[in-house]
Design a protein around this ligand. Structure first.
Ligand code: T3D
Length: 244
């Protein structure tokens, strides 16, 4: 995200550019993971409030706008067959916080902050926040975060379960790229099916999830990636996965 002067807050144009970039990454076929981060001192301050309140601007009804932009973005991130890493390099506010939480792995620089700033401007947490937050932090913390709109530090966010790892600010970029390289070295089919399994797990019963694991494992077991990984293990050599 690259509007550093406005803390990478989203405009309609920025949504279009990010969506195009994700679509290109997906259709390329050789892309094995994505790192989402912000230019400058912030990750993302959510919706550009100047654009949202401009009577001559592109936004009329917020619900329509949400469906066409943030909902489309977080749905895409969840549906992508490759891991998406959020490298939260500073403040992540409003939709910016919840876009980070929609990613598969959240890394944060030590100075990062997470703010559900919606209540301060009389809006509802969006971009999946009302779904993601209680599942990640539990109902009590979710309510406090969403209703108070207090900023929490990267360390607190990690304690709450919002963040996988906190690293020094100067080490964040390298940590995110190193993780992306780790994903690039793993067999992609298994990662894709694992994302699918984890996505359904939050909404289903234990019994139904066992059925889903069985079906996805059946697909995974038939994949060339699984055969190559197991053969390489038995032959004591590094696996070579084919780029699709
Ligand atoms: O469908 C729909 O559209 C609804 C969707 C809503 C999604 C949402 O995300 S709603 C929530 C929108 N975001 C916010 O309410 C956050 C607003 N920003 C802030 O509260 C603060 O800026 C931060 C806590 C994020 C950071 O504070 P601080 O002190 O580190 O920075 P700052 O000085 O406030 O901001 C730096 C610049 O970025 C400043 O511009 P300037 O004065 O240097 O020219 C500021 O105006 C600009 N900026 C920050 N956030 C936004 C923004 N400009 C436009 N929109 C912003 N959201």
């Amino acid at each position: 995200m690259n509007r550093p002067d406005a803390l990478n807050s989203f405009t309609v144009d920025m949504h279009r550019e990010l969506f195009d970039a994700l679509a290109t990454a997906e259709s390329d076929g050789s892309v094995r993971s994505i790192v989402l981060t912000g230019a400058g001192r912030g990750f993302c301050a959510g919706q550009d409030l100047g654009e949202a309140s401009d009577p001559n601007g592109p936004i009329d009804d917020l619900g329509v706008h949400l469906e066409n932009t943030y909902n489309r973005l977080v749905r895409t991130i969840r549906r992508l067959p490759i891991p998406v890493i959020a490298a939260v390099n500073g403040v992540a506010a409003g939709a910016g916080a919840n876009i980070a939480l929609a990613c598969d792995i959240v890394l944060a620089g030590r100075s990062a902050k997470f703010v559900q700033s919606f209540s301060k401007i009389s809006l509802v947490p969006d971009s999946g926040g009302t779904w993601t937050l209680p599942r990640l932090v539990g109902p009590q913390r979710a309510r406090a975060l969403a209703l108070l709109g207090d900023a929490i530090t990267a360390e607190q966010a990690q304690t709450f379960g919002l963040v996988w790892q906190v690293v020094d600010d100067t080490a964040l970029r390298d940590a995110a790229l190193a993780m992306a390289e780790r994903f690039a070295a793993l067999p992609p089919e298994g990662l894709k099916l694992t994302k699918q399994a984890l996505d359904t797990a939050m909404e289903t019963t234990f019994d139904r999830q066992l059925d889903i694991e069985r079906d996805l494992q059946s697909l995974a077991g038939q994949s060339a990636d699984n055969k190559e990984a197991v053969t390489a293990f038995l032959e004591k050599r590094a696996p070579v996965f084919k780029v699709k």
